[in-house]
Design a binder for this molecule. Structure first.
Ligand code: C5P
Length: 230
């Protein structure tokens, strides 16, 4: 059955896009947001996408369709979680409470089809959903306020949360609303689900599913996206 992609792209930070918010930074001649959308829509199970945009967005190309699939736009909110909630509401009428939604950062242009496929299959089988994640590779230090080492954290059980993150639409809406009520701002969707006592699965994904944050990230994805074989 159909899965919907949800792409929060309502950030207004121009920190390193210069003249434009990060989601419109161009890599290989295409904005990060469009790379992200295209990577989601190419999976046959994905029925369409909802994009949450800033009210002031003047750069969205105005598509209502891409790759022959519907693209719905909505106005995002002040925090990422508000933007995701707005997108989930925009899906009422198109998707049921049980519909699987894939929340994916607009700033992650290098999502592999194989990772997306394993994520969807795992989430299909688990009522609490699943997220892409990567095992931590470096040794982790805990510090005090003066950047002196307090100790070394065992890394065997630690993962970096990536996106997409896949949940049932109804359960995710409920969890994000509850977090908002409690005054908590979750930094990913799984965090809101965890608060509800739910246990989403970790699906090991590729390390190169980078969230573009620094100039070197940009250089790296420019390189990765230049060669489809990478
Ligand atoms: O800033 P950061 O890289 O963590 O943003 C992650 C994603 O959340 C980006 O795609 C950004 O556009 C989106 N976002 C949003 N609404 C906000 C803040 C961020 O959709 N209010």
């Amino acid at each position: 059955s159909g899965v919907w992609a949800v792409v929060p792209a309502a950030g207004v930070g121009r920190r390193f896009g210069g003249d434009r918010p990060k989601q419109y930074l161009e890599v290989q001649g295409k904005p990060l947001l469009v790379h992200a959308l295209d990577a989601l829509l190419r999976h046959p199970r994905v029925a369409g996408a909802v994009v949450a945009l800033a009210e002031s967005d003047g750069l969205w190309p105005g598509w209502t369709e891409r790759q022959g699939k519907p693209v719905v736009r909505c106005v995002g909110g002040g925090e990422r979680a508000d933007s995701v909630l707005a997108a989930l509401r925009a899906l009422s009428g198109k998707a049921s409470d049980q519909t699987l939604v894939l929340v994916h950062d607009a700033a992650r242009p290098n999502l592999a089809l194989d990772d997306l496929d394993r994520l969807i299959r795992t989430a299909d089988a688990h009522p609490d959903g699943a997220i892409l994640a990567a095992p931590v590779r470096d040794t982790l230090k805990r510090s005090d306020a003066d950047a002196r080492i307090l100790g070394t954290e065992p890394r065997e059980a630690l993962w970096r949360a990536l996106t997409p993150q896949a949940f049932r639409r109804g359960a995710l809406t409920h969890a994000l609303e509850a977090a908002r009520q409690a005054g908590i701002v979750p930094t990913d969707e799984a965090m809101a689900m965890e608060r509800m006592g739910l246990r989403p699965c970790l699906v090991e994904g590729r390390d190169d599913n980078i969230k573009v944050t620094t100039p070197s990230d940009r250089a790296l994805v420019e390189f990765l996206l230049a060669d489809p074989a990478l």
